[in-house]
Write a protein that binds this ligand. Structure first.
Ligand SMILES: [Zn+2]
Length: 374
């Protein structure tokens, strides 16, 4: 019998890509409403969990909303159902709709918000603007009888061990002799209780990022024939991937600020945007930061960036940039809706070959609260 997927299953799939550990310290991410045990056959992706979005979820029979912005960002001390916020929580609970949030962990993720933005503008030589997280790496070495070598190391590689750049399943394997003496109560796969046993074994060494460690060890033990699996785990001083907020990169060619603004507007399907700087000034090096990036403007400016594209730029931020003849494009916070299609296609890919189909949709009803009157 095929059992229905649960909220927990979907979370596991999402967290294989976007770790909650990558979120900024004050951020609230993860499952914030609902139960991990809730069965799911329809997931909806949304930027914000508004009342319109929840109504849409109810009409579509959605059991899980995956959102970028949490509806419970401020610590909730009261749930008053005559307020829009309380009403929203009540609607979600009454219809058993869970909410899972990927916020700053999605912003910094490889392939997350800021990479998506950089890709839309076809930026070259893309780097992180503000480093927030550096992946820890471990060396894992395990001793396996020769005949189980392939299935153990393939399982480890499939679970994420030995990934270096564009290569996976990177290991070093050396053969030798393992010894063991099964004592009373042991149930050895090879050898006899009370006798010293020598076995031809292979030592498989590989590198594992902290995020994949548990999965890799579980996969390794599941495929290993021994009752007691001998393995060593060493923390490494080598640095893993660097994650962070915002991206810096170069446009494919020099252009005027106005041309870039038009390009941003077209590629992000915006009704309008605001710009600080002279329309004719030339730009090539660009910083992008989805959401509220004003806090990182100075950093981008110091790094010699010609123009920063972000949202929520206020009057004083604009004055600061203007005083330095520096350019800023405020494309609005709502541009972050580009996350929806990317999360949808990720989940669809993960569950494409699964026996139990999962419907993944994106919210079509959410709207930018700002309107342009020109
Ligand atoms: Zn945001």
């Amino acid at each position: 019998m095929i059992s229905l997927k649960t909220v927990e299953d979907i979370i596991k799939s999402l967290e294989a890509w976007i770790s909650p550990a990558w979120a900024m310290a004050q951020d609230r991410v993860g499952l914030i409403i609902g139960s991990p045990e809730q069965p799911v056959d329809h997931v909806m992706i949304a930027l914000d969990v508004t009342e319109d979005v929840v109504r849409e979820a109810i009409e579509k029979n959605v059991q899980l909303i995956v959102a970028h912005h949490s509806p419970l960002f401020h610590p909730a001390t009261h749930i008053l159902t005559h307020t829009p916020e309380g009403r929203l929580t009540k609607m979600l609970l009454a219809h058993d709709i869970a909410v899972y949030v990927m916020h700053t962990n999605f912003d910094v993720a490889p392939g997350g918000m800021n990479d998506l933005l950089a890709a839309r503008l076809e930026l070259q030589n893309v780097q992180v603007l503000e480093e927030t997280w550096r992946e820890k790496l471990y060396k894992l070495s395990v001793f396996v009888p020769l005949e189980a070598r392939d299935r153990v190391f393939m399982a480890m590689g499939n679970a994420g061990a030995g990934h270096l750049g564009h290569y996976s399943h990177c290991t070093f394997q050396s053969e030798g002799t393992g010894t063991f003496w099964p004592r009373d109560g042991a149930m050895p796969a090879i050898g006899t209780v009370g006798e010293l046993t020598r076995v031809s074994e292979v030592r498989i060494e590989t590198i594992v990022p902290e995020q994949r460690l548990q999965t890799v060890i579980e996969a390794m033990i599941a495929q290993h024939p021994y009752e007691e699996v001998a393995y060593d785990l060493y923390p490494l001083a080598n640095s893993g991937a660097v994650l962070g907020l915002g991206r810096i990169g170069e446009l494919q060619q020099d252009m005027t600020l106005l041309e870039l603004a038009e390009m941003v507007k077209t590629r992000l399907h915006l009704k309008g945007l605001r710009m600080v700087g002279q329309p004719e000034q030339m730009v090539r090096r660009v910083a992008v930061l989805g959401g509220s990036g004003a806090k990182y403007m100075e950093k981008a400016w110091r790094k010699g960036v010609d123009v920063m594209i972000t949202g929520d730029v206020d009057y004083h931020d604009a004055m600061w940039a203007s005083a330095r003849s520096w350019a800023v494009i405020d494309a609005g916070h709502h541009l972050e809706r580009i996350m929806k299609e990317s999360v949808r296609s990720y989940l669809e890919n993960v569950y494409r070959s699964s026996e139990q189909s999962l419907l993944v949709s994106v919210s079509e009803r959410e709207q930018d609260p700002f309107h342009f009157v020109l």
